[in-house]
Ligand binder design. Structure first.
Ligand code: ZN
Length: 371
């Protein structure tokens, strides 16, 4: 209780996740000690009178270091997450997950089910933490929060204990926390055992800003780091990139197309396409000429032309990798095949001519006999 006041760790509680039997230090999200602050920012001052379920402790182990890890780590208990894809995707799909890009596309303020599983049962009292982080190194130090506009508007915020949090969970026992040292916000839910007959435990999450919100995500790519924790120790971790947008289905398709190798891309009509040509030729000695290693960019109008040029570029690239003696063998083969083909065609034509000559006299008597 005293620790809680000293460190000023702000806990927004909807409900305590685990009952009051939890020790004050057992579930701290942060180990940063000796940070003097006050709990005045907590809307739940009454929590101070009872042992806070999430309070800082004095060890140096912290699930929230200044740069949180986003490395996938199943740990000893095989902590896994998954997304149950909607059976049919429509234009109005509120969320979709791209397996190939390992990226979640979701509309703002709509519920998205994330499924959790442990291959082996972890100890009792484990929690799952969901924390958004910026993905790029230049932004990763900054905590992810909602934009001031959404955080202060009435919509979605009435009676909500954590209006500034980007990531929400609809679990009844969800606890919204903010680390006083890093200012990172996260939501904690209890780790639960799947119900009889089911493999997964599903929790509903919401993302409360658009990726483009100025003063919030501001077009910076975001990941949600989901950790299985017990007594401040991370037992497992999964990270998933999240794009919060107006059209999840459309954006997913566009991203998947863009991720394909250049040749398989089918750009939108009317769009100018840049292709990088790295055409290299092979001299008889097999050495590349320096000047021809230089890459050039070419703008093409129309998908068809673009695809033709792509094929040309690939053929040139591939042929540059083949040794000269193999090219000679190939050319010789081509010549032979062409000759064979020509002689075949000639032979067929000659045969046709002969057939016509033979057929004509045979037909005439048949026609006469009918008339
Ligand atoms: Zn916003």
């Amino acid at each position: 209780m005293i620790k809680f006041e000293r460190t000023g760790f702000t806990t927004y509680r909807l409900n305590p996740i685990i009952g009051q039997t939890t020790t004050a230090s057992s579930m701290s999200p942060d180990s940063q000690t000796n940070i003097i602050g006050s709990s005045a920012s907590s809307p739940y001052n009454d929590t101070i009178t009872s042992p806070p379920p999430y309070s800082p402790h004095t060890s140096m182990q912290s699930p929230i270091p200044s740069v949180p890890s986003n490395t996938d780590y199943p740990g000893d208990y095989g902590f896994t997450i998954s997304f149950s894809q909607p059976s049919k995707e429509t234009k109005s799909t509120t969320w979709t997950y791209s397996e190939s890009l390992k990226k979640l596309y979701v509309r703002m303020a709509t519920t998205c089910p994330i499924r959790f599983k442990c291959l082996r049962q972890p100890p009792q009292g484990c929690v799952i933490r969901a924390m958004p982080i910026f993905m790029k190194p230049e932004h990763v130090q900054e905590p992810v929060k909602r934009c001031p506009n959404h955080a202060t508007s009435k919509e979605h915020n009435e009676n909500h204990p954590a209006p500034t949090h980007l990531c929400r969970c609809e679990h009844k026992l969800a606890k919204f926390v903010e680390d006083p040292y890093t200012s990172r916000q996260s939501v904690l839910i209890p780790h639960e055992i799947p119900q009889a007959g089911s493999e997964w435990v599903t929790n509903l999450f919401q993302f409360m800003c658009l990726g483009s919100c100025v003063g919030g995500p501001n077009r910076r790519p975001i990941q949600i780091v989901l950790t299985l924790e017990k007594d401040n120790q991370v037992l497992g971790r999964r990270a998933v990139e999240v794009r919060i947008c107006a059209c999840p289905g459309r954006d997913r398709k566009a991203d998947e197309k863009a991720a394909l190798p250049p040749c398989k891309q089918s750009p939108k009509k009317g769009q100018k396409v840049n292709i990088i040509n790295e055409i290299t030729t092979v001299t008889p000695g097999g050495k590349k000429r320096k000047a021809e290693d230089e890459p050039f960019t070419l703008s093409v109008r129309g998908r068809e032309n673009y695809e033709i040029l792509c094929r040309l570029r690939d053929s040139l690239e591939l042929s540059s990798m083949v040794p000269q003696n193999q090219i000679d063998v190939y050319k010789q083969k081509q010549l032979d095949t062409n000759r064979q083909w020509l002689s075949m065609i000639l032979a067929r034509e000659n045969k046709n001519k002969l057939m016509k000559k033979v057929k004509r006299p045979q037909h005439r008597p048949g026609i006469k006999s009918r008339t």
